[in-house]
Design a protein around this ligand. Structure first.
Ligand code: 1PW
Length: 215
């Protein structure tokens, strides 16, 4: 594989995964979506140990989806659209309460999808931030505006504590390994709309199929 996981880490490549996961007819490649998430996890882990609690859940969600991709029904998991169709048509999703399919592809991806909105909001805040901008505040604001609504109190508390020890903007930009601040801002200017588009396509698909509240 030549995914972003095999050479020197650059956030640019990670975000590129979200660009290339969209086909011309707006189908979302699950394999590339997952590759993007793998890179994000790597990025989070490089920010410090406190983030491993956050990334651990993403890692296990990624693994569930990889197992579907590599499983005997993998051909149905090529795109998010085909996954939704396949799982719904075959009764493989717990729709209103947890039952016989607690780890469906649909509910698993929904968790990553919600987290992607957080990432989108956070990266946009980073992009427009000033030199003295506080990453912890940007991260917390993005979280409170999105993902936190789906989390119980104890997770919100733990997330808030992790944000407090986020490195400052200069270190943060350095860890991205993209280059100068100007380069980072430029890269984010291209990446954020891409992530936003993938998010919107997934959101619409889930809304059309009544999947936005999967247990
Ligand atoms: C600095 C880069 C930011 C990238 C955003 C990554 C966010 C990742 C996940 C946050 C997870 C917090 C702890 C896990 C909570 C789970 O309970 C929750 N999972 C998610 C992804 O929100 C819900 O999953 P569950 O319990 O219904 O299986």
């Amino acid at each position: 594989s030549t995914g972003p996981e095999n050479h020197k880490f650059s956030l640019q490549e990670v975000l590129d995964s979200f660009r290339v996961c969209l086909s011309e007819d707006e189908h979302v490649s699950l394999e590339r979506y997952v590759a993007g998430w793998r890179g994000l996890v790597k990025f989070m882990n490089s920010l410090g140990n406190v983030f491993t609690f956050i990334s651990k859940d993403a890692v296990s969600k990624i693994q569930i989806l990889v197992n579907f991709l590599n499983g005997e029904n993998g051909s149905h998991y090529v795109t998010i659209q085909s996954m939704v169709k396949y799982e719904l048509e075959n009764g493989l999703v717990d729709v209103s309460k947890r039952g016989t399919h607690p780890e469906s592809g649909c509910r698993t991806l929904l968790r990553l999808h919600r987290a992607l909105r957080w990432l989108e909001l956070f990266l946009e805040r980073l992009r427009i931030s000033k030199e003295d901008g506080k990453t912890s505040v940007m991260c917390a604001d993005a979280y409170n505006e999105s993902l936190s609504q789906h989390h119980p109190w104890v997770i919100r508390k733990a997330a808030g504590m992790a944000f407090c020890v986020l490195p400052g903007r200069p270190t943060f930009f350095e860890v991205m390994n993209v280059g100068s601040t100007e380069k980072v801002v430029e890269m984010l200017g291209e990446a954020v709309p891409m992530i936003s588009k993938v998010y919107k396509i997934t959101e619409d698909l889930y809304a059309q199929n009544n999947l936005l509240e999967l247990p």
